[in-house]
Design a binder for this molecule. Sequence first.
Ligand SMILES: [Ca+2]
Length: 159
Amino acid sequence: MNFEFWLGNENLHQLTTQRQYMMRIDMISKSGESLYATYSNFMIDGEVENYRLTSLGKFKGTSGLVDAMSCHESMNFSAKDNDHDRTEKNCASTTFSGWWFNGGTDREDCPQNYCKHANLNGVYGTSSTTYGILWSGERDLQFTEMKIRPYNTNTVTFM
Ligand SMILES: [Ca+2]
């Protein structure tokens, strides 16, 4: 697949509530380095719960890569006309994207009062930390892909 595609939150909800899924994110950095992040769990709540990112489970990824997605765990999905982030502003508006924006101040390992630590739905082709595609300090990502599959302890081990 070589174009922008989003499966849709309702589809993600229907799929991920049937059984335990794991998620793998593949990324190519601005400088061309391949990066990956995997999570042992991926589940999206329904529309009534604003497609909340219920659970991510355990993280494993490229050596040195920050676990940026966990700062979005248990957040509602926000869109421009559906502000469910925890800031006074509208993160979806400032980033031109929909995402499980956070913005809280209750986790020391996450950016404080800031919309995101990762945003794979940002705007392509910009180093902007406000609205670009980023993963922690990795800005202007060339490529990102989020994939899910049924969790199988035989094929993947999360320490
Ligand atoms: Ca808000």
